[in-house]
Design a protein around this ligand. Structure first.
Ligand code: SAM
Length: 303
């Protein structure tokens, strides 16, 4: 589906459905033998979306070997990524940060499942219909947040800092920011603006955890490799009369500044781990077959 500057979506549509894909992966991890985390909300979200007519790409009947491998690898990556961000928040809490902003929260259930320090407030930004689905679904199951939760329904290409302030965000307090599964869905210019705003709103002591996609991720060569991989999966699926969705069709394929470089240029201290390092740490049993997603995990601290 083609993107436009002011497109919007419900949970089962366009970029909204990518949040369901992540929820399905978290539900699968939670059911696995040795889960990295337990996210009881994930399956509840998936079931509520299926009741609305969404069909999960993770439960396609009889996927071929290429598609089955892709599902396993994408799920493992999503699980390792989730664990990395969970640990970031444990560390930010230990630093005494009590204000959290989850950018493009989707169906992230951390406000409901992590052991937040007393007095923590978690602001969640995403498109209005996505957050409405989330709130309605959790309310229907009587699930209460652990931290104080504040939904901020606004598009991240619009004036989200103003929406955040109106909802009680305090820029004089240090903040722990999260951007997971977001950046490729923003144009490069919107990514720069996002970090400018995040930086302006960050008091000393703030931290930012970001899944970044550097310039190399969007290089012609890497595009070609990913396309060849996806073409093989599509061909296999077509023979079985199935269709395969490819979230990268919703990406803005544009070169963009490396996130760690941007933060460092603006006075943040950063540490970076590659997706290969993160998946090897949390999913060592898959090391031999794991596809290298080519992203990086950036942990930034503002002195
Ligand atoms: N961070 C969540 C997680 O990891 O579970 C969701 C990731 S999902 C892949 C992408 C999310 O980004 C969706 O919930 C989508 O609605 C949100 N998103 C993408 N572009 C956005 C924008 N311009 N404004 C608000 N939300 C956006």
């Amino acid at each position: 589906m083609a993107r436009t500057d002011d497109d919007s979506w419900d949970i089962t549509e366009s970029v909204g459905a990518t949040a369901l894909g992540v929820a399905a992966a978290r539900a699968a991890e939670s059911r696995s033998d040795k889960p990295l985390f337990d996210d009881p909300c994930a399956q509840i979200f998936v079931d509520a979306a299926v009741a609305r007519g969404w069909s999960s790409p993770f439960t396609a009947a009889d996927p071929g070997p290429a598609q089955a491998t892709r599902i396993r690898m994408v799920s493992a990556y999503a699980a390792a990524r989730t664990k990395w961000f969970d640990e970031f928040f444990a560390s930010a809490g230990a630093d005494g940060i009590h204000q959290v902003v989850i950018l493009a929260a989707g169906l992230d259930a951390r406000a409901w499942r992590l052991p937040w320090p007393d007095g923590t407030v978690v602001f969640e930004i995403d498109q209005p219909k996505v957050l409405a689905f989330k709130e309605e679904t959790l309310a229907a199951h009587g699930i209460q947040p652990v931290a104080r939760h504040v939904a901020v329904p606004v598009d991240l290409r619009q004036d989200w800092p103003e929406a955040l302030r109106q909802n009680g965000f305090d820029p004089t307090q240090p903040t722990a920011w999260l951007a997971e599964g977001l950046l490729p869905y923003l144009p490069a210019e919107a990514q720069d603006l996002l970090f400018e705003r995040l930086h302006e709103l960050s008091a000393p002591g703030s931290r930012a955890a970001v899944e970044g996609f550097g310039t190399d991720y969007f290089s012609d060569e890497n595009q070609r490799i990913r396309k060849a991989r996806m073409d093989a999966i599509r061909e296999e699926a077509a023979k079985a009369g199935q269709q395969v969705t490819d979230v990268s069709e919703l990406f803005y394929i544009e070169p963009r500044e490396d996130v760690a470089d941007w933060l460092t240029r603006h006075g943040w201290q950063t540490t970076v781990e590659t997706s290969a390092e993160v998946t090897a740490r949390y999913k060592p049993e898959l090391a031999a077959e794991m596809l290298d997603i080519g992203s990086e995990f950036v942990d930034g601290k503002l002195a």
